[in-house]
Write a protein that binds this ligand. Structure first.
Ligand SMILES: [Zn+2]
Ligand SMILES: [Zn+2]
Length: 283
């Protein structure tokens, strides 16, 4: 890590009502020397919910930028931070639940934006059932009560919704009540995606914070502003048997988000790839 003092003693606005300050502050405050100012009093659910009552408009980055700007406006600070997550199928097989987290840092002092990212397997599942045993099995599988659940009568968009179910007895009572309300007796049960309600997502947000921290600690070699970081890996590590370029990475491309200067850094350590990755030796 290089000079971390650019943001020493600076205050950073963070608008959240879902406990993200507890995940972000322990990474960014010691790493940067900054102070995270938790901004409250604005219902971020107005900008979109995971449970579909209010759809999010635009991309994850646009949503994060809106939140960061609201936090900066309300606090009067020139530094802002916001996180935005999304759930979906994994990009390789499309079979696994997947979580992509973006963390946006806005610095109006220097006129820059830096984005930290992390992605990986998610706790994101649902079940439609009229059976209490099946409901219990689902809850156990997802790690309730550490992982919160959300329930609806009948189907996934039914307005009769119950959130913030924190204990088994409340879960049982709400399941019975919703089942009685539902025409089919079925209850739609799903994992809660909000940060304070989803431990797996909190860990992903912490990883995005690590990524952001690394970028903020790396000044661009051309313009000197913080945020220089890896944008892609470059395939082509030569096969150890025949020297043919393989699908394995040999280097990473780094780029400055402000001046767009980029540089390729070769990876140190591994100089050849296993022939198992070679298109000639293992077609
Ligand atoms: Zn630059
Ligand atoms: Zn080969």
């Amino acid at each position: 890590m290089t000079d971390t003092t650019v943001y020493a003693a600076c205050k950073v606005a963070l608008l959240t009502q879902h406990g993200k300050e507890k995940v972000l502050a322990p990474v960014l405050e010691p790493g940067l020397g900054c102070r995270i100012e938790h901004v409250t009093g604005f219902d971020t659910d107005q900008l979109g919910t995971f449970t579909r009552e209010i759809p999010r408009h635009g991309t994850q980055i646009e949503a994060a930028r809106r939140k960061a700007r609201i936090g900066m406006d309300r606090s009067g600070l020139r530094l802002g931070l916001a996180s935005e997550g999304a759930f979906g199928p994994d990009p390789i097989s499309g079979m696994l639940p997947w979580n992509v987290e973006h963390l946006l840092w806005i610095d109006d002092e220097r006129g820059l934006e830096v984005i930290g990212r992390a992605q990986g397997p998610a706790c994101f599942a649902h079940r439609l059932t009229s059976s209490w045993d099946s409901a219990c099995e689902f809850a156990q599988q997802v790690g309730f009560p550490d992982q919160y659940i959300v329930m609806r009568a009948g189907h996934q968009d039914d307005p009769r919704i119950r959130k913030d179910i924190l204990a088994w007895d409340a879960f049982a009572a709400q399941f019975q009540a919703l089942s009685a309300m539902s025409d089919t007796g079925q209850v739609f049960i799903e994992t809660d995606g909000r940060a304070h309600a989803n431990p797996t997502r909190r860990a992903m947000i912490a990883r995005a914070a690590d990524d952001l921290l690394q970028r903020l600690c790396m000044p661009c070699p051309a313009c000197g502003l913080p945020g220089f970081g890896r944008v892609e890996s470059l395939a082509g590590l030569p096969c150890s048997d025949c020297g043919t370029p393989t699908s394995q990475p040999y280097a990473d491309r780094y780029r400055c988000p402000t001046c767009a200067h980029d540089a390729v850094h070769e990876r140190v350590g591994q100089t050849t790839a296993d022939p198992g990755h070679c298109p000639c030796c293992n077609p």
